[in-house]
Design a protein around this ligand. Structure first.
Ligand code: PBG
Length: 326
């Protein structure tokens, strides 16, 4: 490599046109996924206090939003369902006429080309807010698997393009793959939340999805933030069980994990810029402390540079609208 003064890196930084010419990483709307929170009722738009710009939407409103997203060039949404009623086993999650199947039907009509991903988990559907069934205060792994498989099946039968298990039970990807294959749905991909950390950054989501655990926390099933090697084992396990896309979550605090997963597997990698990452930026912007356009672009670029192909982000719509264009 040549040295100063022969090599002057600043030569290619002088104008935006030059910078663009040699830019290595791009954030493109077609690789962004917009999460949506779907609630019962009609004409409902409940703003989520800790996530300015995000609202819980009834099925009709979610369908309208999806039409707008497609027109803007966003190619995918991730759907979270909040049911009418919750119980200990999260029955609403497996109902063929539950909130997600109803949303899938309406959105498919409104926006046929949109890639519809559904979050497969029990925490939005259980009255105790945990991601599995309980025995005492313990979240039971194996009895939860059949419920998750039934939930994924209900979503796929209702037209989900991709199912995305986020519960972190061991063996759930295999259980879901077998259920889908057995029902003639071998073409439906699984996006697994493979390395999902027990993170403080999910706080605002639990308001949006009404899924705060009634007791305890999720550290008994989600990963310890300190563990990078274990993340690779989690990812390897999910790939062995049939995952098609593997996710690292949250995104910005775990860029090292994203890079290692990409290098190790060569699989499509998704990263989830979670609710707390969104809220943090929005709060600082509201105070005049950060420039929203710059930091949104910078964080998404960093997540892509680390190796993510797909980014799930609450900023997807505004990126597609060109709000942050430099
Ligand atoms: C449900 C789920 C969570 C998120 C996605 N799926 C919450 C959790 O595990 O508590 C978090 C998303 C976000 O914070 O934006 N299992």
């Amino acid at each position: 490599m040549s040295r100063f003064p022969l090599y002057r890196p600043r030569r290619l930084r002088r104008t935006e046109a030059l910078r663009r010419l040699v830019r290595e990483t791009h954030v493109v709307a077609e690789q962004l996924v917009q999460p949506l929170f779907v609630v019962p009722g009609t004409k409902v738009e409940n703003p989520v206090g800790s996530m300015p710009g995000v609202a819980q939407l009834s099925v009709d409103r979610a369908a309208e939003e999806c039409r707008r997203l497609v027109d803007l060039g966003v190619s995918s949404v991730l759907l979270f369902g909040i049911p009418e009623t919750k119980d200990a086993r999260g029955s609403g999650a497996v109902a063929p006429d539950g909130i997600i199947p109803r949303a899938l039907e309406a959105i498919r009509k409104a926006a046929p080309a949109l890639v519809l991903i559904t979050d497969v988990c029990l925490c939005e559907y259980t009255d105790h807010g945990h991601c599995g069934v309980l025995r005492g205060d313990e979240v039971e792994n194996d009895p939860t698997l059949e419920l998750l498989a039934a939930e994924a099946l209900a979503h796929a039968r209702a037209g989900a393009d991709i199912v995305a298990p986020s519960d972190m039970m061991d063996g759930r990807v295999g259980a879901i793959r077998r259920a889908l294959d057995g029902a003639g749905l071998s073409h439906v991909p699984i996006l697994s939340y493979a390395a999902k950390f027990a993170s403080g950054f999910y706080g605002p989501f639990r308001e949006a999805a009404d899924s705060t655990p009634a007791f305890g926390d999720r550290r008994g099933y989600q990963m310890d933030p300190a563990n990078g090697d274990e993340a690779l084992r989690e990812v390897a396990l999910d790939i062995e069980e049939g995952a098609d896309i593997v996710m690292v979550k949250p995104a910005l605090p775990y860029l090292d994990v994203i890079r290692r997963v990409k290098d190790r597997t060569g699989y499509p990698v998704a990263a989830y810029q979670v609710s707390g990452e969104y809220a943090m930026i929005k709060a600082a912007v509201a105070n005049g402390w950060l420039d929203e356009a710059r930091v949104v672009d910078e964080t998404l670029t960093a997540i892509r540079r680390a190796g993510a192909d797909v980014i799930i982000t609450y900023f997807a719509k505004d990126v597609a609208r060109g709000v942050y264009r430099r």
